[in-house]
Ligand binder design. Structure first.
Ligand SMILES: [Zn+2]
Length: 301
């Protein structure tokens, strides 16, 4: 079990919102222990905690909201915060969307590492899975199974010959997150992008912040950052989505063609079933209980 962490210095950034296409300013500030990740819509004076009950929409991206005030596209930032174990932070946004940056978590990783991370005087609680929780829906599948580590096993199968089938399995820690996952960009298909933009969606989407794919390959001039960048981005999204559980995750997450919607349903199903998980808060408690039982047992002899 590790200590909670926050930023050493505030971070200021600005970028384009993927859906609105407008410039958005954002600031990340250090916060006290047990604060968690909280968003603040500065223009509406509303705080929105990154918690499962505040996930209000999962079409195209994960949207948090409260009292009809929303913050869209939070998952790449949440993924970077979880991946680097930054537990307590206040994220102020002057607009309704987190800037898309380059479509991955790499710019957030860079900014967070530049600001620095400090350890705080409290332990980070862990969630342990005690029995499997699964959801199957429309040929898609997602599950959380017991494990000592946070492991992700992800497969995708796209009806596109360039992407096709991809799968990856890895244990998520700070090192693997930064090296294997954080740089993977979001992606879209030429036909979908034309449709979305005709309906005033993904207005900020461009080759600077997404891999764009047609039947023959990628439209972008720069090469892929990983050979299987597509499935790695799905892992990046899943980490961001799962991070709203609010604890360090000790589980094996399995996914076949999953997405934000199925991830949200999985978290709700898990948290509804009190027999399926346990939250562990204090590393000394287990030891104390253990030694107490032992001395009681000895006393009976
Ligand atoms: Zn994404």
């Amino acid at each position: 079990m590790r200590k909670q962490r926050t930023l050493r210095e505030p971070i200021k950034a600005a970028g384009i919102g993927l859906h609105t296409g407008k410039k958005v300013e954002i600031q990340l500030d250090p916060a006290d222990v047990n604060h968690g990740v909280v968003f603040y819509r500065a223009d509406k004076n509303i705080y929105i905690e990154a918690k499962s009950e505040n996930v209000v929409d999962t079409t195209l991206a994960t949207t948090l909201g409260k009292n009809s005030v929303v913050i869209k596209t939070v998952e790449h930032l949440l993924s970077a915060l979880y991946g680097l174990h930054v537990d307590n932070v206040l994220v102020t946004v002057w607009g309704d969307e987190v800037p898309i940056m380059d479509g991955s978590s790499a710019p957030w990783v860079y900014l967070i590492k530049t600001a620095g991370i400090i350890e705080q005087d409290a332990y980070k609680k862990e969630i342990i899975i005690k029995k499997p929780v699964k959801i199957k829906e429309d040929g898609k599948f997602v599950a959380l199974l017991p494990s000592r580590n946070f492991e992700i096993h992800y497969s995708i199968h796209f009806d596109n010959t360039f992407i096709g089938k991809q799968k990856i399995a890895l244990v998520i820690n700070e090192h693997t997150f930064v090296k294997e996952i954080s740089k993977a960009r979001t992606f879209g298909f030429v036909k979908d992008i034309e449709y979305l933009q005709a309906h005033n969606l993904a207005l900020g989407g461009s080759l600077d912040n997404a891999i764009v794919v047609d039947e023959y390959g990628i439209v972008n001039e720069d090469p892929l950052r990983y050979e299987d960048e597509f499935v790695r981005h799905k892992v990046l999204d899943a980490i961001g989505d799962l991070s709203i559980i609010g604890y360090d995750i000790k589980a094996k997450y399995l996914a076949y063609k999953s997405g934000h919607d199925l991830n949200r349903k999985l978290i709700l199903k898990l948290l509804e079933d009190k027999d399926a998980f346990e939250v562990v808060g204090n590393p000394y408690r287990e030891k104390l209980v253990g030694s107490f039982v032992w001395s009681a047992f000895e006393g009976e002899k």
